[in-house]
Ligand binder design. Structure first.
Ligand code: PGA
Length: 258
């Protein structure tokens, strides 16, 4: 049915190396195709990558003026102006500092009246503006192994939709909310199918708390119990890991360590 591929796995010494390498891949993509379409992540992991991208932009090494971006996900419901919304995150860490035209920036609207209608609208936009050239992803905490907010149970052919958050996701992300009771119970997320439709995928992970999920994603039979394992159905995926996130990987991958 689905063909399985072996992802590239790159293990770098430090989290900073992951940031720099991932930013380098994004820049190479844009410099090779100025009107690239990107899928972008949020969370603690990519903050360093955005910092580096902003730095390289300020040094004149990249121009985002023809780039289009789609975010992976947004909490639902959440006001756009909420300090923990992904709309706010993207402005703070990236969009305020670079020249992606605001008309080329797409995030699911966390304050839409209907999550379903909003998810359908967002999905249509990706299909109209796509295909995505490069999707950058993190991986969810603990046993979730989510990509975007595709929590356990997500199907390989899923598209953008409302997704209730896994209790482990809620626990991990509560730190981003001043009052944890304000944390939404749901999200709108690109589906696994949307992610797999990108031409190229990078998954970045740092630290030992991601090691279990990385190991499962690379070694278990692809299944909706481990959403990130579905990435093995894509022919061009690179896992960019620091030593901590790679610590449970054994000989099969050790040769790739630098
Ligand atoms: P984190 O989140 O970078 O905050 O660990 C990653 C994710 O949930 O995809």
């Amino acid at each position: 049915m689905y063909q399985e591929f072996t992802p590239e796995v790159l293990v770098l010494p430090t989290p900073k190396d992951v940031d720099r390498y991932a930013a380098g891949c994004v820049i190479a993509q844009i410099n090779g195709k100025h009107d690239s379409v990107l899928t972008l992540p949020t969370g603690a992991t990519p903050q360093g990558m955005y910092e580096r991208l902003v730095q390289l932009f300020k040094q004149g090494q990249v121009d985002f003026s023809r780039v289009t971006t789609f975010n992976l996900d947004e909490y639902f419901p959440i006001p756009e102006s909420h300090p923990a919304s992904y709309a706010e995150y993207m402005k703070t860490h990236f969009f305020r500092h670079v020249n992606v035209p605001s008309s080329n920036i797409y995030l699911p609207n966390g304050q839409a009246e209907s999550a379903h209608t909003e998810a359908t609208r967002f999905d249509r936009l990706i299909q109209q503006r796509g295909p995505v050239d490069l999707a950058v992803l993190g991986i969810g905490p603990g046993k979730t192994c989510h990509i975007g907010f595709n929590e356990r149970g997500s199907q390989v052919d899923s598209r953008t939709r409302y997704m209730p958050l896994d209790p482990q996701t809620r626990e991990a992300n509560a730190v981003f909310f001043k009052d944890p009771n304000e944390m939404p119970v749901g999200s709108i997320t690109q589906g696994i199918r949307n992610i797999l439709e990108a031409q190229r995928i990078l998954l970045i992970a740092k630290g030992e708390r991601k090691a279990w999920g990385i190991k499962r994603s690379l070694t278990c039979k692809p299944s909706s119990d481990v959403p990130a394992s579905f990435l093995r159905f894509h022919p061009d995926v690179c896992f960019i890991l620091d030593e901590g996130a790679a610590e449970l990987l054994r000989s099969k991958y050790i040769a790739l360590k630098k």
